[in-house]
Unconditional design. Sequence first.
Length: 283
Amino acid sequence: MEFRTKSGTTLVYDDRGPSGGLPVVLIHGHPFDRTMWAPQAEALERAGYRVIASDLRGYGESAVVPGRTLLADFADDMAALLDHLGVERAVVGGLSMGGQIAMEFHRLHRNRVSALVLADTSPVSETDDGKAFRNRLADRLLGEGMAGYADEVIDRMIAPYNVTALPGVAAQVLAMMRTTAPEGAAAALRGRAERPDYRESLAGAEVPVLLVFGADDAYTPVADGEALHRLIPHSALVVVDRAAHLPNLEQPERFNAAFLGFLGELQCRERRSLPGGALERVS
């Protein structure tokens, strides 16, 4: 399905599951598209949840927007999509850059978040060196395209042992990266370089938060997840063994079990009409 924002950007999205189910928004990372969430969307739909997953502007089948795309632009797109669908509040989940967009959505549209799921992501603002790196990478992608970059990072996106053990997953991840429009990826990199620090807003989060990190993630190590768990009052941390930066694809059964368990507990709390309490940390 397609939706056009007020700014004229066309977003392509899936809206699956019963219309009366608890809405769950899934936000993909860079440089991927909404199909990275296929194992989760299928499991959540089977469990009776309404699953909303969009290709971000500049990615997948959505419109390519060159220049610079701030995380706030992505978050506002998600808010506009929810308005279009008549969804007031939702569980908002994201991985890597998608997690940062979820944090930005929480910062800007806090009253629309019933819970957060943050996977393999960091709340810290970019360093000066990081800004320079992201802008250089944006220039490189515009000049060279995505193929060389994809080949370089595949064994960091998924664990090297999974590149060999899970050839289908490796092929899917490579295909998503190689087919991403360089203009969209570059715009997101430039915007992501300017992201704010989300630690203050997360420390004040009043909703339950599930944190999921791959045990062997080199981009966002487990230590980052532990720091988030200490920071966020109502949080649970799940560490997924035999996975790196994309545990939802490398170990989908374990990821789905954590996700579904979290949502089940959330619904139990809502039925009991009790305020959210601190969740048990598991690993």
